[in-house]
Structures are given as C-alpha cells and as structure tokens.
Design a protein around this ligand. Structure first.
Ligand code: CA2
Length: 148
C-alpha cells in the first residue's frame, strides 16, 4: 500500500499566483498541489496536500501525522521564523519533516534567515520554487523506505 505523506502549507500561501510572482512565481497553490499528488503517485506515495493560515491548525496536523502519515513536507510560511509551537510539534511527532521554501530565504531580509523548523527538520530545500516540493517528496520517499 502507498505510504501517506502530508504536504503542509502555512499562512498566505493560498495567495500564490495572485500576488508577488517575482518572488514566488506564477503557479497557484492548487497547481502545486496537483503536481505534488501526481509526483507522489509516481513515487508510490499518497499525498495529502493542505494549507492553513492558522498556527494551531499546523500543530494539529503535525500531531495527526504522528499516527496518520509516514512523513511531512512542510512550507511553514512566515511561522518558519517565529513558531516554537511548530518546532515542538515536529520534535514530538517522530516523523521526518522536509522543510521547503519557494524563495531563497537567505537572500532576503535578515528576519527570514532564522528558522525554528530547520533544527528539527530532516532536510531543508529553499530557493528552487515549486520544484522544491517535488524534490522533497523524492527525498522523503527514500527516507521512508530506509525506515525514517
Ligand atoms: O519562500 C517561501 O516559501 C516562504 O516560506 C514564503 C512565506 C515567507 O514568509 C517565508 O519567509 C518564505 C510567505 C508566503 C506568502 O506567500 C504569498 C504569495 C503571494 C502573495 C503574498 C504572499
């Protein structure tokens, strides 16, 4: 049976394709989700793609992954730079998390250079646009196959 992976997206990512294409590209989140489901299928993964603007909902979903998914690809949006709650939830979940950012956060404002997620992530991909999600799914598949 295909392993389930969650692809979780944080605040404002529902606006993709509508504003700031010079930073985040022209694809909508719906299109990125469709690409993830298709790429996941080719990798033998069942992709559950979600977005919320609420920090506590992301914490709920990370907790859900502890029993409902084999791993997580996550773009925490601006909560990357602020959320101890998401850091703690990932530590407790016992599931590999690949942190993804569309933009290169290190080439942007200083406040984006620190991530509370990176120290508890199995890997980090940034600056590669939507392709980063697909690369993360591929990496996660190999981690799951090796037992995390
Ligand atoms: O580069 C990324 O993927 C980010 O996680 C995106 C976040 C930002 O706070 C992080 O520093 C880096 C912001 C997502 C906001 O997306 C928008 C898209 C279109 C219009 C407005 C916001």
């Amino acid at each position: 049976m295909a392993a389930t992976v969650f692809v979780l997206n944080g605040p404002n990512l529902n606006m993709l394709g509508l504003r700031e294409p010079s930073i985040y590209g022209g694809k909508s989140l719906k299109e990125i989700g469709e690409d993830c489901v298709a790429a996941g299928g080719a990798l033998g993964l069942s992709v559950d793609f979600r977005q919320t603007n609420h920090e506590g909902v992301l914490v709920d979903w990370i907790q859900e992954a502890a029993s409902g998914a084999e791993g997580i690809v996550m773009n925490p949006g601006a909560y990357t730079h602020t959320s101890v709650a998401i850091h703690d939830a990932i530590r407790a979940a016992g599931r590999p998390v690949i942190e993804v950012h569309l933009s290169n956060i290190f080439a942007r404002e200083a406040f984006r250079h620190h991530s509370y997620v990176s120290p508890v992530a199995a890997g980090v991909i940034c600056g590669l646009g939507p392709k980063g999600y697909i690369l993360a799914l591929d990496a996660l598949k190999h981690m799951i196959a090796k037992g995390g």
